[in-house]
Design a protein around this ligand. Structure first.
Ligand code: ADP
Ligand code: MG
Length: 373
């Protein structure tokens, strides 16, 4: 295994183990996690592998095969820079929570496209958390690891993400989507067998990442928190009378509430269809989710809209942006016999506009984080 060879080369010893955590695609339930709402992601077949050994001092040595250069050595955790903060942040979060975690030698090897909205960052955090949990005998549950990984990203990296990405990476199961109630943290693995129905879920990686993404994410969170305050609820999850709520709001807050409340209903409706074995019928909900994210939540962008529209023109049963937005990826639910025409339609639509060809690949629901060796 390449990550083991790199570990030997970097540190002159065998790693104590190798772990793997996947990226994820969110089927539906976008920008609902930080509103205490519902999400329905599944793990993708790509992820981050980590070869790890514990150390007897407090130093973290870290190398990624996706980053040029030798291992970086981090003594004072706060001195870590750039990509290393995602891994070091997990050590920091574990220590902050009082766990007896000392240093570690870590080599990472990832194949999740970075910044594509498929959550390479959560895969990296969760794989480090899983490894340290085992090596230091901490006895944490997968959800506890996910929460610490989220804390690392929120408070150490400085990205105010919700719990979805880390929970998906830690808890998903092969052939299933993960229903997560982001308030109670209750989960259920819902069978999501596309192949049996002659369907594929295509990921369209737009290849773009618009710079405004991070600032806009924080602004959306603020809009939601302000709206919840105005409505006198703990979180937008608690809005039951949508019409009544909208009547009390205006401007951006009104639109954000419209999205979050209806998106939670769409998650529940989609789960109902999956339970009924009607996976072919979920397309309309995907389309509605996209329109709501585009028009009410205002987190789409031309590249995502064109991908979605072209996929539907090409014969997809439904399509939507997935992930935070402003670039990244769209997903399209496509019958096997339409895959080629969807690919062609999306590729042609990009070419017409002079945009670089998007990457298009099918994703099957894969396993969550686990030990490999
Ligand atoms: P996403 O999670 O959607 O892929 P993010 O911007 O949240 O996008 O996270 C991407 C960042 O995570 C990268 O810029 C890099 O700092 C870090 N990262 C992800 N995978 C790796 C890897 N294999 N090696 C080093 N850093 C990585
Ligand atoms: Mg991320």
């Amino acid at each position: 295994m390449r990550v083991i060879e790199a570990f030997r080369e970097s540190f002159g010893a065998e790693p104590r183990g190798v772990w793997h955590a996947p990226g994820r695609v969110n089927l539906i339930g976008e920008h609902t996690d930080y509103n205490d709402g519902f999400v329905l992601p599944f793990a993708v077949p790509w992820g981050v592998a980590a070869a790890v050994s514990p150390r007897e001092d407090d130093v973290v040595r870290l190398r990624s095969l996706q980053v040029d250069g030798p291992a970086v050595t981090v003594g004072d955790l706060d001195g870590a820079e750039g990509w290393a903060r995602y891994a070091v942040g997990v050590v920091w979060a574990l220590r902050e929570a009082g766990h007896p975690v000392r240093g570690a030698d870590i080599v990472l090897d990832g194949d999740v496209p970075q910044g594509a909205g498929l959550s390479s960052s959560a895969a990296l955090e969760v794989v480090v958390g899983l490894a340290l949990n085992e090596l230091y005998g901490l006895g944490l549950t997968p959800m506890e690891i996910a929460l610490l990984a989220q804390k690392a990203e929120n408070d150490f990296v400085g990205m105010p993400c919700g719990i979805m990405d880390q929970a998906a990476s830690a808890l998903c199961e092969e052939g299933r989507a993960l229903f997560l109630d982001c308030r109670t943290l209750g989960t259920r693995n819902i069978p999501f067998d596309l192949a049996a129905q002659g369907l594929q879920l295509l990921i369209v990686n737009t290849g773009v990442h618009h710079e405004l993404a991070d600032g806009q994410y924080a602004r959306r969170r603020r809009d939601c928190e302000n709206a919840a305050k105005r409505l006198g609820v703990d979180a937008l999850r608690d809005v039951t009378d949508l019409a009544g709520a909208l009547a009390k709001l205006s401007g951006d807050e009104r639109k954000r509430v419209q999205h979050v409340v209806t998106e939670n209903h769409r998650v529940e409706a989609l789960i109902g269809l999956l339970r009924a074995g009607a996976v072919r019928e979920i397309g309309a909900l995907l389309n509605a989710s996209h329109l709501s994210l585009r028009d009410q939540y205002e987190v789409s962008c031309p590249e995502l809209d064109v991908a979605v529209e072209a996929a539907i023109r090409g014969g997809a049963r439904g399509a939507r942006m997935t992930g935070g937005g402003f670039g990244g990826s769209a997903i399209a639910l496509v019958a096997d016999d339409r895959v080629e025409s969807v690919r062609e339609a999306v590729t042609a639509a990009y070419a017409e506009r002079g945009w670089a060809a998007p990457e298009i690949y099918p994703a099957t629901p894969a396993s969550g984080a686990r030990r490999l060796v």
